[in-house]
Design a protein around this ligand. Structure first.
Ligand SMILES: [Zn+2]
Length: 514
C-alpha cells in the first residue's frame, strides 16, 4: 500500500497516526478474544449457491426442483379447497405451508454434533456474481518438468506454471527482507515488540493492531514457514542463519512434555504453527534436533486432542469443551508437514481431525461451523468453509457435492481490497470484531483449499489474491516489504509479523507439489 492510500485509510478510521510516526510504548496486551456473533447467511452465500444451481440440477433433481413442484402442488391444493368449500360450505383443515417458502432466512443454528439443516434460502432470484462457471472438468495432469533442470530451475518453473509471476516473486523477496530486519537477536519474531528493531523515528508498529506478546511462538513459526515456503533452508543458502536461529528458539522453548511456549501455558495456535515449522525443517534437513522436537510437538498435540476431535486456544481441565475449527485446521497443516517429513502422526489423530470437520460441515451449503461455543459460536465464514474443504480432502475423500458447494462459497468470497478495507473500518469502529469473509487468515485458508482443488476455482481465486497482495504491499520506509496488519482482532493479536508472514505463505503456494 502506498503512503497516500494508507493515509486515506487512517483518515477513514479516525486514527491520528502517520505511517511513519514515532513508536508507541510497549503496551501490556490482555488476551481479549472477541469473535463475531453468528450471522445469517450473507448475500455472498446465497449468491454462491446461485452459481451452482444450473450446474447441479442434473444431479440434484430432488432438491432443486422441489420448490417449483411444491408451489404447483400448493396451487392444486388451494384450487381443490375452493371447490370443496363451494360444494360443502365447510373447509377441511388448511394444509400446512411448506417450509421451502419461508420468507426470510433463519439465523444460523447453534452447533450440534450432527449438522443441522441450514436456513432455507428465500425463493426470490438472486443476481449471480461475476464468478467463473464452476464444476469444470478436472485439470489435466501437468507434464513432468525436464529432468535436466536444477532444483532452483524446477522450482521457478513450478511457480510460473501454477500461477506465480515475476511480480509475486519480487514481492516475496521484499517481505522476507522485512522479516530478516525484524527478527530478534535471540531468534524469535516478537508478535508485538518486533518494533525494537525499528529506528526510533520510523517505527513499523501500528497502535490499533500491535500484536499480542502471547503469540510470539506462533509469529516465529509463521515467519519460519514463510522462509521455508519461499524455498530457503536452515542448513544452507542466504537465509540459513535466520532460519536456524528461529528454529533454535522454538526448540529451546519446548517444555518437557513437548509443548512450545514462552509462557507457562501452551496456546494451541502457537503449538500447531510451531509444530508445522519444525516438521518442515525436519523434511528439509533430516536434522535430528528438528526431527526429535517435531515428534515431541506432534505427540503433545495428539495427547491434547479433545473428545470431539479438535483443539481450543487453551485447555483448562474442567471447562466445557470448546473445539475451534481454525486451530484444528492449523493442526491439519502440521499433520501434512509431518507426513512429508516421514514423522509419526499419533494414532487416530488424522481420522479424528477429519471426522471433526465432517461433523462440523453443513453438507447442504458446504459451510463449516467455526466453534461450538463462544467466542465465535455458530459462525460460518468462508475461511472455515475453506479449511473444511481442505481437511476433508487431505485426510480422506470428500463428498463431491459438498466440495462443489464449499468451493463456490469460498470463491464467491475471494479477496477483495475494497471489502477488506470496509471490514477494517467497521471492525475498528467496533461494529464487528472482524469480517468472517475478508481477513488475511481466511485468505490463506482459501489459498490452500483452492490450490489443492486447481482448475477454474484456483484461477479465479489466485487472480484476485495474488495481484491484490502485490499491489498493496508497503513499499517505503522501514515498513517496506511488510503488509499493514489488519485493524481487527487478528491484527491486534498477530500484528505486522502475522500479516507479512501470511502474505508470503499465500504468494509461495505455487511452489508446492499438488
Ligand atoms: Zn521496522
Amino acid at each position: 500500500m502506498n503512503e497516500e492510500n494508507l493515509r486515506k485509510l487512517y483518515e477513514r478510521l479516525g486514527i491520528a497516526e502517520s505511517p511513519a510516526g514515532p513508536p508507541p510504548p510497549p503496551l501490556p496486551a490482555p488476551l481479549t478474544i472477541v469473535e463475531a456473533p453468528a450471522a445469517p447467511p450473507s448475500p455472498e452465500t446465497r449468491a454462491a449457491e446461485a452459481i451452482y444451481s444450473p450446474l447441479e440440477r442434473p444431479v440434484e433433481t430432488r432438491s432443486t426442483l422441489s420448490l417449483p413442484l411444491l408451489l404447483v402442488s400448493i396451487g392444486a391444493i388451494v384450487a381443490a379447497l375452493v371447490l370443496i368449500v363451494r360444494q360443502t360450505g365447510s373447509p377441511p383443515a388448511p394444509p400446512k405451508p411448506p417450509v421451502a417458502v419461508a420468507p426470510s432466512p433463519a439465523p444460523a443454528p447453534p452447533f450440534a454434533a450432527t449438522p443441522t439443516a441450514p436456513p432455507v434460502a428465500p425463493p426470490e432470484p438472486v443476481t449471480p456474481p461475476s464468478a467463473p462457471p464452476m464444476d469444470p472438468p478436472p485439470p489435466p495432469p501437468a507434464p513432468p518438468l525436464p529432468p535436466e533442470l536444477t532444483p532452483a530451475e524446477k522450482r521457478a518453473a513450478r511457480i510460473r506454471r501454477n500461477g506465480g509471476n515475476d511480480a509475486s516473486e519480487a514481492s516475496v523477496a521484499r517481505a522476507l527482507d522485512w522479516l530478516v530486519r525484524h527478527q530478534a537477536s535471540t531468534g524469535e519474531w516478537e508478535a508485538m515488540h518486533f518494533e525494537r528493531k525499528c529506528p526510533l523515528t520510523a517505527s513499523c508498529q501500528v497502535k490499533a493492531a500491535p500484536g499480542d506478546p502471547l503469540y510470539t511462538p506462533g509469529a516465529t513459526g509463521l515467519a519460519l514457514l514463510a522462509f521455508m515456503g519461499a524455498g530457503f533452508s536452515p542448513s544452507d543458502g542466504p537465509h540459513a542463519k535466520t532460519i536456524s536461529l528461529g528454529l533454535a528458539w522454538l526448540v529451546e522453548h519446548q517444555n518437557s512434555e513437548g509443548g512450545i511456549t514462552h509462557d507457562l501455558r501452551v496456546l494451541f495456535y502457537n503449538q500447531a504453527v510451531a509444530t508445522r515449522a519444525l516438521c518442515e525443517a525436519a523434511a528439509l534437513t533430516r536434522d535430528d534436533r528438528y526431527r526429535s522436537a517435531a515428534q515431541k510437538a506432534l505427540d503433545y498435540l495428539g495427547r491434547n486432542q479433545l473428545a470431539d476431535g479438535g483443539w481450543n486456544y487453551f485447555h483448562d481441565p474442567g471447562e466445557v469443551e470448546r473445539n475451534d475449527a481454525s486451530i484444528t485446521g492449523w493442526v491439519a497443516f502440521a499433520i501434512r508437514a509431518a507426513d512429508e517429513a516421514g514423522l509419526e502422526v499419533p494414532p487416530d489423530m488424522k481420522g479424528r481431525v477429519r471426522d471433526f470437520f465432517v461433523r462440523r460441515t453443513d453438507a447442504k451449503t458446504g459451510e463449516v461451523i467455526y466453534a461450538n461455543r463462544d467466542p465465535g459460536a455458530g459462525r460460518r465464514g468462508s475461511g472455515a468453509a475453506a479449511l473444511g474443504l481442505f481437511v476433508r480432502g487431505l485426510l480422506g475423500t470428500d463428498d463431491p457435492d459438498t466440495a462443489r458447494k464449499a468451493a463456490a462459497r469460498v470463491v464467491a468470497a475471494r479477496p477483495d481490497w475494497e471489502k477488506f478495507q470496509d471490514a477494517q473500518v467497521k471492525s475498528n469502529n467496533k461494529e464487528f470484531p472482524f469480517s468472517p469473509d475478508q481477513n488475511m487468515a481466511g485468505w490463506y485458508y482459501g489459498t490452500e483449499a483452492m490450490y489443492r482443488l486447481g482448475g477454474e476455482n484456483w484461477s479465479a481465486w489466485n487472480g484476485a489474491a495474488r495481484d491484490l497482495l502485490v499491489e498493496n504491499q508497503v513499499r517505503a520506509g522501514h515498513r517496506a516489504g511488510s503488509w499493514e496488519p489488519e485493524l481487527s482482532y487478528i491484527g491486534r493479536e498477530g500484528g505486522r509479523v502475522f500479516s507479512t508472514a501470511i502474505g508470503v505463505m499465500i504468494l509461495t503456494i505455487y511452489a508446492r507439489e499438488r
